[in-house]
Design a protein around this ligand. Sequence first.
Ligand SMILES: [Zn+2]
Length: 219
Amino acid sequence: MTHRLEELSPFPLEITWHENKTTYLSVKKQGRRICLRLHRLFYDAPTPVLEALVQYALSRDPKARATIRQMAHLHFSHTVVPARALLAAGHIYDLQEIFDRMRTFVPIGEGVSIGWSESRRRGNLRSITFGTFNPHTRQIRIHPILDDAEVPLYFLEYIVYHEMLHALCPSKMDVCGRCKVHTREFREKERQFPRFEEAKRWEKGWNSFFKKRRFSGRS
Ligand SMILES: [Zn+2]
């Protein structure tokens, strides 16, 4: 079935629909053909958004990009995704305990949960993501590599604190339609973490910590 997008495009389009939230749009040119991988949220998009998609696919037009981002932002901030329950108790650290303690500093309401992420994928540990906050499921996930007696408690507290701030300070759209997650307000609040400097220092020394870990053969 022909989608309206194809009617709007002067070039032949090949469209793949998906539900991957992290990359809601990608464009690849193959000769005269343009391959679009698009999130389903655009399937019933109003014509101006579809036109922006075509415009962006053809010329990476920044105005078109802003329109597309706005629609995606709106969609994701209104979609409630059923959350999978997370496990907060680790071998060494209990995230729920830390979370409850950090509540004194970060007055977030109910409905935010925390747990260890399941991914044991190693990837590049030099640029590892220690924590994430998902605004749709309202879940904080912490990388299980931090469930280690040699990771100081204050560092884990700092990571939890940082993610809790994400639940408190919503991301803002700037004038170009870019989504800013670490706003100035966020950074100011982050510095109020009691052992901020120390935690930052430990983070910098992460490489040497990891090398030692690998040397001792532990995973
Ligand atoms: Zn962050």
